[in-house]
Design a protein around this ligand. Structure first.
Ligand code: PLP
Ligand SMILES: N[C@@H](CCOP(=O)(O)O)C(=O)O
Length: 462
């Protein structure tokens, strides 16, 4: 299996190199050259299997010869052993035909753990074979960073630097990143928003001297391995509701477009997904684009769903690549226009996008109201991101097709918003009960590439 860049100018790579290298050297994102398919018989045979067994069957065709079957199965087992629910991703019924896929039973209480725990295992295996070290730099609006730190803390072959937007994430999210004591973990509070963090991260990948010098690796959804691991729970959930003999739709709280793009990959692999619904908060560039064809950036507005406070949505580039019939030059041209503020998606590409995706936007008041209603009428306490997914699903769903909303984080990560909406303050699990008394370690950093790179090099050297 080879991976190619969405901008068409970087060399094709195998799975391991794709995973370890992050952004393609032409600035694009790696995608599989061809998307493997599973037959209806293959999908039907997943009924009754464990999450780990389904994960192996779904991901195996993408991995090529990077790991033997035995090693890959073992990495999967280790990745999910620490999850707090036997089903890993349990499905609960919210209402008639509407289900919630709880993706927050991993160690850091967000869906990011599904991919990050596995990536942590895969990096360790690959680095121990090669004897090499890497420097992971990640950009986070709150959840990717804590999941990455949890997956890589204490590892000898890895330093992990996480850029988060100062004062724009929840206190629980911040403390998850600033309280680990391992010396290979470096939390950096950047003066800017998440888009600035992600832009500086991409700048670092595009600075080849720095990139090669520190052996830069990425664990954002820039990394194909992140998207791949997220494909699995579309299969596990759809199969438990009757796929492949029944169509299923998904409502996905969306920011960087990685999670919903994983759903698109599941669909391309043969899973009978009807609609993929992009649910956004007031930072609604994706909803505006899918409604009008105009992808025009705006400054990020802070919200009660901070993990989705994103305007430049990285993985949308992967969706555009397919919508433009895999024309890397066309995508490179759009990304150049984006630097100047935005672009217009062609009619043909919009038709392709609309074949798969619907979208909706939810205001702050509607988010609070949805948390309240879900608690009052369904007995389910939602985090604000999950509430956005539920609100859009309720507004748009076809009563004849089951709808699964992805519950992307545990409500206890956002206690202030949840309490404001419902009057209930969700407690953290016992293992995190001392989070608020642990000492914090963080460096405030400017939104300046040179200073960030110097900081990282100095820390690695010391
Ligand atoms: C809790 C939560 N929900 C939703 C999202 C949006 O997911 P994606 O960036 O894959 O669109 C994020 C961030 O990625 C998140 O942390
Ligand atoms: N919401 C994310 C933003 C980064 O997304 P990623 O999927 O590209 O890592 C976060 O919580 O950090």
């Amino acid at each position: 299996m080879q991976y190619i860049s969405t901008r068409g100018k970087a060399p094709a790579l195998g799975f391991e190199d794709t995973m370890l290298s992050g952004l393609a050297r032409d600035g694009g994102l790696y995608v599989p050259e061809t998307i493997p398919t599973l037959s209806t018989a293959d999908i039907r045979a997943m009924h009754g299997l464990s999450y780990e067994e389904i994960a192996f069957r779904v991901m195996r065709p993408f991995v090529g010869d990077a790991f033997t079957d035995e090693v890959f199965a073992d990495l999967i087992t280790k990745a999910y052993a620490g999850f707090g629910h036997d089903a890993r991703a349990p499905l609960v019924q919210l209402g008639n035909g509407h289900f919630l896929l709880e993706l927050f039973h991993g160690p850091t209480l967000a869906f990011k753990d599904f991919a990050m725990q596995l990536i942590g295992q895969m990096f360790q295996e690959a680095l121990s074979r090669s004897g090499k070290r890497v420097t992971i730099v990640g950009a986070t609006s709150g959840d990717t960073g804590s999941a990455a730190i949890e997956a890589f803390r204490g590892l000898d072959a890895v330093d992990v630097f996480i850029l988060y937007p100062h004062d724009r994430i929840s206190e629980v999210q911040r403390r998850q990143m600033t309280t680990p004591t391992e010396s290979n973990v470096h939390a950096m509070a950047l003066d800017g928003d998440f888009d600035d963090c992600q832009a500086r991260l991409k700048d670092m990948f595009n600075d080849f001297d720095f990139r090669d010098d520190v052996r830069l690796a990425g664990v954002n959804s820039i990394n194909w391995g992140r998207v791949l691991a997220q494909v699995v729970y579309y299969f596990s959930s759809a199969v438990s509701l009757g796929a492949p003999d029944r169509k299923i739709s998904y409502s996905v709280p969306t920011g960087n477009f990685g999670d919903i793009f994983a759903g698109y990959i599941a669909k391309r692999m043969g899973l009978p997904i009807d609609r993929l619904v992009v649910a956004t908060n007031q930072n609604d560039i994706l909803h505006r684009c899918l409604s009008t064809g105009g992808y025009v950036t705006d400054r990020v507005t802070p919200s009660i769903s901070p993990s989705m406070d994103i305007q430049v949505s990285s993985n949308f580039e992967r969706a555009l690549f397919d919508a433009y019939d895999r024309d890397g030059n066309a995508v490179a041209q759009l990304m150049n226009e984006l630097k100047a503020g935005g672009f217009h998606v062609s009619q043909g590409a919009m038709d392709v996008l609309r074949d798969h995706y619907d979208s909706g936007r939810v205001s702050e008041d509607e988010t609070l109201a949805t948390i309240r209603q879900a608690q009052d009428h369904m007995g389910e306490l939602l985090c604000p991101h999950s509430a956005i997914g539920v609100a859009v699903a309720e507004a748009q769903r076809d009563p004849n097709v089951p709808m699964i909303t992805l519950a992307t984080a545990h409500p206890a990560k956002f206690p202030d918003a949840v309490e404001k909406a419902s009057g209930l303050r969700p407690p953290l699990p016992d293992r995190m009960a001392d989070l608020f008394t642990r000492e914090e370690r963080v460096t405030r950093v400017p939104n300046d590439l040179t200073q960030l790179e110097t900081f990282i090099k100095d820390r690695i050297a010391s």
